[in-house]
Design a protein around this ligand. Structure first.
Ligand code: FAD
Length: 326
């Protein structure tokens, strides 16, 4: 018998990533609604201590695969282990974050398991037969498609910030099962020798609750300092349009949009960004959008909840000053 919902958990620096907490929280809600169990899978080295955290966010069971070969993510090792864990657990649904790891892993797993994959989903519904259906934006966010498959399990990646994180309950207990990695030698095609991380006090773009983004109007990389000051005053990440990235004002990893990162923060502040469809594709699902643009006809105002018509070089420092007073 299929057992329920399986969440592939991501951890970073000894903590579960926010997207994993979102998936556990929503998974718990759906599992209760559809009468299913919720299992979390933790891969890595020294990750067992995170099992109670997964339990506190709703997992009934946590499968822990702790091995030096899983310390850093590699496609082959993670695919090999998860392929086996999923076959053993036999869930109805497998979900993971639509992160760099999730986007790499999900299609490979789908191929190994011989099932379909719904990617970059933003909502999940339970139909009248208690089957889960996944909703994802299509045509650069102009429409939504609902995905369901006959083959089980259905595999889906979920856009970070699509669901809220429930309050943890430290009294919740989960069955913790430790499984040996037993990675197929044929899957160990790459090993990570060194990870070089850039130190930053700002949140990761795809995890951030608040994002301040700048466009071509910033004119140069130095001017991004005013966006950084605003971001630091409100604990935000800094993003950029493709025009700003192509002009060399910001590195590609900060690009938001169809060919950059997809973000879904609670608050997105677009500064000097016209609102091209390709930019909207990456941030259109933000909960509240604020646009600052000197052109009252700019397309960004068609999606903005709050619009400020004016010169960003005057408005942004004023906002920073006000936020610093709070
Ligand atoms: P512009 O369109 O030039 O807009 C600048 C805006 O700043 C204008 O609205 C102007 O009124 C305003 N402005 C100027 N000065 C000021 C000021 N002082 N104060 C306030 N406002 C001011 N774009 C992305 O962003 N992300 C993507 O991932 C992406 N992928 C793409 C993929 C493809 C296949 C293609 C064809 C395009 C893609 N683009 C992407 C590019 C996209 O079409 C736009 O060209 C780009 O988003 C424009 O960036 P922008 O809004 O910063 O610049």
């Amino acid at each position: 018998m299929p057992k329920g919902i399986l969440v592939v958990l991501e951890q970073y620096n000894g903590e579960l990533r926010k997207v994993s907490l979102e998936l556990l929280s929503e998974g718990r809600r759906l599992a209760d609604m559809a009468g299913l169990d919720l299992t979390g899978v933790l891969l890595g080295q020294g990750v067992k201590d995170l099992a109670p955290v997964a339990a506190s966010y709703g997992a009934d069971k946590v499968v822990v695969v702790d091995d030096a070969a899983l310390k850093d993510y590699t496609t082959g090792a993670y695919t090999s282990v998860l392929n086996r864990v999923i076959r053993d657990e036999d869930p109805e649904v497998v979900v993971m974050g639509n992160t760099g790891i999730g986007r790499d892993l999900a299609p490979r797993l789908a191929q190994r398991l011989g099932v379909g994959c719904a990617s970059d989903c933003v909502a999940v519904a339970v139909d009248s037969n208690y089957k889960l259906r996944f909703k994802r934006p299509i045509y650069a966010g102009k429409a939504y498609a609902e995905m369901a498959t006959e083959a089980r399990p259905i595999l889906a990646t979920i856009r970070p910030n699509s669901f809220s994180v429930a309050a943890p309950n430290s009294d919740r207990q989960a069955e913790v099962v430790e499984v040996a990695a037993s990675i197929d030698a044929a899957d160990l095609k790459a090993i990570v020798k060194e990870v070089i991380r850039q130190a930053s006090s700002r949140p990761e773009l795809t995890d951030a609750n608040v994002i301040v983004s700048g466009g071509r109007a910033m004119k140069n990389s130095e001017n991004f300092k005013i966006l950084e000051d605003l971001a630091d005053a409100i604990g935000a990440a800094v993003g950029a349009s493709r025009a700003a990235v192509d002009s060399g004002y910001r590195e590609y990893k900060f690009q938001v949009g169809q060919t950059g990162k997809t973000v879904s923060p609670t608050l997105y502040i677009a500064c000097g960004i016209s609102g091209a469809i390709q930019h909207l594709a990456g941030m259109g699902s933000s909960k509240v959008i604020v646009a600052i643009n000197k052109d009252p006809e700019a397309n960004i105002f068609t999606v903005a909840d709050y619009g400020i018509v004016g010169d960003l070089f005057e408005i942004v420092p004023l906002l920073t000053e006000e936020f610093k007073k709070q």
